[in-house]
Design a protein around this ligand. Structure first.
Ligand code: E4P
Length: 224
């Protein structure tokens, strides 16, 4: 299972990366813009923290295949990283995926709202496909069902290596259900990642262990 962090906030990435083995970081133009920095500075800051082996997904902005291909090449020249080029699914996006795949780029198809968009992106050469689970739910769709149906279809090809990268999550239930439905990778914001770890009763249990131990051996004592 792969867990990625969906943020460009360096403090958040540093904090989470120090205690959880994230598989990588995903960004998009809105996420980068939020940092109010030069984009090269923002992306290099992430690479400094996660290194050059963990995946870094960076999105293009071009509206034509020609511009998307040029942007992908610029990103590859500019950043020494395990780069995945995020390309929104559209006619021009699919065309660019086909061109870039032949040239050995790693590709993440993004902005996905339907199962067929996932299946089409696999055909075009995507390595990861990112369905926006919460955005689908927001418009009275069913983000988890999108994952479930697409996984069923793409799994028929036993040679398929492309993975569903569930995205746009707002709570633990969406993440858990998407994983059960077939997402082999998920990207989550810092808040949701923390919610995936947290349970109040676990905290209560930790407090109880410490107070029971403290009564017998002294408050704050550890095994050391
Ligand atoms: C995926 O890679 C996107 O960056 C992201 O998950 C979109 O999430 P949002 O719907 O919270 O903006």
């Amino acid at each position: 299972m792969e867990y990625l962090l969906d943020t460009a906030d360096l403090n958040e990435i540093r904090e989470i990366n120090a205690y959880f083995p994230i598989t990588g970081v995903t960004t998009n133009p809105s996420i980068i813009a939020k940092e109010k920095k030069d984009y090269k500075e923002a992306i290099n800051g992430i690479i400094e923290i996660i290194g050059t082996e963990k995946m870094l997904h960076v999105q293009v902005l071009g509206m034509t295949a020609d511009v998307i291909v040029k942007e992908a090449k610029l990103l590859k020249e500019t950043f020494k990283a395990n780069l995945f080029i995020k390309i929104p699914v559209s006619a021009e996006g699919l065309k660019a995926m086909g061109i870039l795949k032949k040239e050995g780029f790693n590709i993440t198809a993004t902005g996905i709202l339907t199962s067929q968009q996932i299946v089409m992106a696999v055909q075009a050469g995507a390595d990861y496909m990112a369905p926006y689970v919460n955005r689908a739910d927001n418009i009275n769709g069913d983000g988890v069902r999108v994952v479930e149906e697409a996984y069923k279809i793409i799994s028929r090809d036993k040679n398929n290596k492309a993975k569903i990268l569930g995205a746009s999550f707002k709570n633990v239930k969406q993440v858990h259900d998407a994983i059960l439905a077939g997402a082999e990778a998920v990207t989550v914001g810092t808040d949701v990642l923390k919610q995936l770890i947290y349970h109040p009763y676990t905290d209560w249990s930790i407090d109880k262990f410490n107070s029971d131990w403290g009564k017998a051996y002294g408050n704050g004592k550890t095994l050391l």
